[in-house]
Design a protein around this ligand. Structure first.
Ligand code: DQA
Length: 145
């Protein structure tokens, strides 16, 4: 059976392309999904893309990944900096976790410098624009063989 990757985006990322384009660019979340699907398919991976503005829904998807995915690529948005609950949910997931940020959070406000998720992630990508999602997926593809 094809291995599955969950691509989870957190709050406000539904506005990608419209929201603060100087920081996040002009491409949309649909563009992200299309780029990642184009990469996943020939590698024989199934990509499931989801976005929510609600912490609990993101946690439910991480729980669902326990039995249904080999890897999670997650941009938790602002929950990155606040959510112990998302960290705990990821700790209960045994597959690969990659954390992606479109912007370079370390170049921005101090409150964006700490991530609760990084302590669980195999790798973190920040500041590569939406290409960061593809870079994370390339790494998942090479690790999952
Ligand atoms: C973000 C960075 C976060 O600090 C911010 O709250 C976001 C997006 C990024 O992709 O650069 O919503 O995760």
């Amino acid at each position: 059976m094809a291995k599955t990757v969950f691509l989870i985006n957190g709050p406000n990322l539904n506005l990608l392309g419209k929201r603060e384009p100087a920081i996040y660019g002009s491409e949309t979340l649909d563009d992200v999904t299309a780029r990642c699907t184009a990469l996943a398919k020939p590698a024989g991976l199934t990509l499931r893309a989801m976005q929510s503005n609600h912490e609990g829904e993101i946690i439910d998807w991480i729980h669902e990944a326990r039995d249904n995915a080999e890897a999670i690529i997650i941009n938790p948005g602002a929950f990155t900096h606040t959510s112990v609950a998302i960290f705990d949910a990821l700790q209960a997931f045994e597959g690969l976790v990659f954390e992606v940020h479109i912007s370079n959070v370390h170049k921005r406000e101090a409150f964006r410098h700490h991530s609760f998720v990084s302590a669980r992630a195999e790798g973190v990508i920040a500041g590569f624009g939406i290409e960061g999602y593809e870079l994370a997926l390339r790494r998942v593809i090479s690790l999952l063989g």
